[in-house]
Design a protein. Structure first.
Length: 745
């Protein structure tokens, strides 16, 4: 027997079964045949494993309130059932778990399947009430009337509303509510070579997927990284630390239990995100499921680079809209401390470092209990950068890099006191920005400011260089997006940054350039950059377009960067620019098709440079354009783009809605975009560099160019062919910025 993707396996005491139900009477012959919960005291020892491409999911879904519910294991947030030969909603063909639950390759697939089912002929002509009488029948122990009322209330409609009359946005609301009601309790995400997988199962995994044993420390390209941490419990209700890792009830094999940090606070005290990240799993608060150890809402988050994460629980009143995929900024409101029974109210927070990166990396619990209790009792409105080494050693709070007044002197390690004191000279508590209640870019309530008044007198440079000669064909319907010059483009631009003395330079090439990695690295730049610093971000790869959900684009299309795993919509990038502090200078060089507005200059849409507007008229002057062997256009083929947008429309709509209307974005940094072509044109690849990057390098002339950005753009344009006219426009970039020599910190 060889396991396949989508297979599920029951396991107990060396025995395995692929039956939909636990073979209870075979494993426990003396069990009561009439009692489906009689496992002769061995219920907690039974596990369900589900084989997915990027993980082996493990849980105990048959045990109430235990980790790994069926919805989570099966990537099936709607708990959709099926039959052999039934409709295709994107599930693994012919794979079923208990109760005929369908099993999906990804959570997004399962989420989209809810809409596909409700849009089908079986549901579209039904009222909401009739639909849920079919979707969640009373014969299965459900309350379809209460279910329908909950969905209708979320929609603000009557239960008599016809399902087929719901528009796409209303369907998203219905999907979210179904996901909330069905619930998904996270389990364990195991790498294919994890030692936690029983040998009886590991021996049946497909050989082509099986890899050697992971070393104890598997470094990912890029090595150590830092994450800014801040106190999660509002100081107004914080009481005291109630115990850290391996203390009290923090005993067990799971990092999110064993490495728990209990931070006391009165019932109803606000809880905030302690670091920037995105939600990976979410279990809403259901009072009916509260028990002595498991109560309140549960939120699993990862940092944007997927190399560390956290777990928050004992929460209630989580903001509407938070769920898997939500991007959360440090300081966003996550909910309020929930008091249950006679237990002292507190937040349970656990942290983990993921050596090698999720989902297949090595999960190592993190003990930062002293740091968090010190921040809570000392200066809760400040932040401490924490460095994760990715080599198995404990993470280290960067005392020397901490913001002003991070900790009371008594809480700072003696060796760091002198350094911290010297850094704080000339500052006071008045420089710490107070909490604010305005909404963040993702729509979640904001709890505290991202920065205080610290500024440096010196300026430095930070850069990120993205190059994709290929993308994941599994993510784009078999298309691998093959190009030749993009990695060279990234290396060439990184060389410019190094020659200009940039303090930090990072590269994301090919499969490293996932959407989460790109967004995470930009987020890290936003944290590191101080007023006056220059941030250079270069992208070379395919460009695309997707449907404009918010109606901002004149052509009803949003431009995208085609990352390794999905398209990054320009609305997402616009939101990222809003994370940078006032006074930071951002330069974006985008060598891709449809790149002309990828920085989203909403405020100056009608004021693009006269050079770009009149470029077509100057075509006859383009005599000496750079000699590049013209390769493939850097644009997704229309049929690939169409299918990707169709397949992921709800997700792209979701991220555009998450980004919020551009008019609300508060971009305070200056942004200059140098784009490879106009919106209506194509950028072309080359054998060594892309055509735009090759022209840029020619004008740059190994650093001998001495003009400003406008002159730089003009000279590049003059050696480009007339069918590829570079673009230049700005956000908050005045003459002082534009007159500076390009790429100069």
């Amino acid at each position: 027997m060889t396991l396949e993707l989508g297979d599920h396996v029951w396991y107990w005491n060396g025995l395995i079964s692929l039956d939909k139900n636990i073979p209870r009477l075979d494993w426990f012959p003396d069990a009561n045949p009439q009692d489906p919960t009689d496992y002769r005291g061995h219920g907690k020892e039974i596990y369900n494993y589900v084989v997915h491409a990027d993980e082996i999911a493990r849980g105990r879904p048959h045990m109430r309130n235990h980790e790994g519910s069926f919805a989570w294991l099966n990537n099936n947030p709607g708990n959709i059932t099926g039959i052999p030969g039934g409709p295709n909603y994107g599930q693994y063909p012919g794979k079923f778990n208990w109760h005929n639950f369908l099993i999906f390759p990804t959570w997004a697939d399962g989420y989209h399947a809810i809409a596909a089912l409700l849009r089908s002929a079986s549901y579209r002509d039904l009222s909401i009430l009739a639909a849920f009488e079919r979707y969640a029948p009373a014969s299965d122990g459900n309350d379809p009337v209460a279910y329908a009322n909950a969905v209708a209330a979320a929609l603000g409609l009557s239960v008599s509303t016809r399902v087929g009359d719901l528009d796409d946005n209303q369907m998203l609301v219905m999907q979210d509510k179904i996901q909330e009601v069905e619930g998904a309790i996270p389990g364990d995400s195991l790498a294919w070579d994890s030692e936690d997988i029983p040998p009886e199962i590991a021996g049946q995994l497909p050989a082509f997927r099986r890899i050697g044993r992971r070393p104890q420390a598997l470094p990912r390209s890029g090595g150590p990284f830092s994450i800014a941490m801040s106190a999660p419990v509002d100081t107004s209700g914080y009481t005291t630390g109630l115990g850290g890792p391996n203390q009290g009830g923090h005993v067990g094999q799971h990092w999110y239990i064993h490495y728990g940090m209990d931070l006391g606070g009165g019932a109803g005290t606000p809880v905030y995100a302690a670091f920037d990240g995105h939600v990976t799993k979410y279990q809403p608060h259901d009072p009916a499921l509260d028990s002595g150890k498991v109560y309140g809402a549960q939120i699993f988050m990862r940092a944007h680079n997927d190399m560390m994460g956290g777990f928050y629980t004992h929460l209630t009143d989580v903001p509407a809209g938070l769920g898997p995929g939500t991007v959360v900024a440090r300081g966003d409101l996550l909910g309020y401390i929930y008091e249950f029974g006679g237990i002292t109210p507190h937040l349970h927070l656990a942290l983990v470092e993921i050596i090698g990166g999720a989902p297949s990396g090595q999960y190592v619990g993190v003990d930062l209990y002293q740091l968090f209790t010190s921040m809570q009792s000392g200066a809760p409105d400040t932040t401490v950068p924490v460095t994760f080494s990715q080599d198995g050693s404990p993470p280290e709070p960067s005392w020397r890099g901490a913001r002003v007044g991070v900790l009371p002197s008594g809480a700072v390690p003696p060796k760091a006191q002198q350094n911290l004191a010297s850094r704080a000279v000339g500052t006071s508590k008045s420089s710490i920005t107070a909490r604010q209640s305005s909404p963040s870019a993702n729509g979640l309530p904001r709890a505290r400011a991202r920065r205080n008044g610290n500024e440096r007198t010196s300026m430095t440079g930070h850069s990120l260089h993205i190059g994709l000669n290929r993308v994941d064909p599994d993510a784009y319907g078999g298309w691998d997006g093959r190009l030749f010059g993009c990695v060279n483009d990234a290396n060439s631009m990184a060389a410019i940054a190094a020659a200009e003395g940039f303090a930090t330079t990072r590269k994301l090439l090919d499969d490293e350039a996932t959407s989460y990695a790109i967004i995470g690295e930009i987020g890290q730049l936003a944290y590191n950059a101080q007023p006056g610093d220059l941030v250079l971000i270069t992208y070379s790869g395919h460009g695309g377009q997707t449907w404009d959900a918010d109606g901002e684009e004149e052509d009803s299309q949003d431009e995208t960067w085609v990352a390794f795993d999905r398209q990054i919509v320009d609305d997402e990038l616009y939101r990222m620019w809003a994370q940078f502090a006032p006074g930071v200078r951002i330069v974006v060089c985008s060598d891709s098709c449809h790149s002309g507005t990828v920085a989203k200059d909403q405020f100056k849409r009608m004021m693009r440079t006269a050079i770009a507007q009149t470029a077509a008229k100057t075509a006859p002057t383009h005599k000496d354009f750079v000699k590049v062997i013209q390769g493939e256009p850097k644009a997704m083929p229309l049929e690939v783009q169409r299918e990707d947008n169709k397949r992921n429309r709800q997700f792209y709509t979701f991220v555009q809605r998450l980004s919020g209307p551009q008019a609300r974005a508060d971009i305070q940094a200056g942004v200059v975009l140098l784009a490879g072509c106009q919106d209506s044109q194509l950028s072309y690849d080359g054998t060594t560099n892309g055509q735009f990057t090759e022209a840029l390098l020619t004008v740059w002339s190994q650093g001998t160019f001495n003009g400003g950005y406008s002159q730089f753009h003009s000279r590049i344009m003059n050696i480009m062919p007339p069918d590829q006219v570079p673009n230049l426009f700005t956000i908050n970039a005045g003459a002082d910025f534009l007159d500076q020599r390009p790429f100069t910190p």
